[in-house]
Design a protein around this ligand. Sequence first.
Ligand code: ZN
Ligand code: ZN
Ligand code: ZN
Length: 145
Amino acid sequence: MDSFILYNCARYLQNVNVFSALRLGDVFNTLSASSITAGYIRSPVKPYIPYIPNPLRCFNCQRFEHSKVACRGQLTCSNCGIAGHSANGCKANPHCFHCKQDHSSDSQDCPQLKTEKKIQEIKIKQNITYAEAKNLISQEKTPSY
Ligand SMILES: [Zn+2]
Ligand SMILES: [Zn+2]
Ligand SMILES: [Zn+2]
């Protein structure tokens, strides 16, 4: 869970940075005038947090970036990650389709899900496409071997 906490801290700090950057911009003017006196903030104003939707995960094939409606993949069990059956009634041990670890494919602890969330966040904050954001992430994580 430590990495999850760190992730949230990093997220928070990022939001603070975004907020300080935005203070210089037009968005500052849209903040409630009553909470701002002589150019500084008297009472705590909620930091500006852009809405980051959860990564889209297909309930059919478990892959990200599309919904079940648009799915062209194979029905894959979200519990054991094996194609050909649904998680309904699956008694197998959890096995993640994405990262191959011992959790179900819809687990919030999945590192792949965290990466997808990061991509969403960068995509929205920097107003770039999914592919561009993914590219940024993969450059960040270039293995050092
Ligand atoms: Zn799918
Ligand atoms: Zn299964
Ligand atoms: Zn996983």
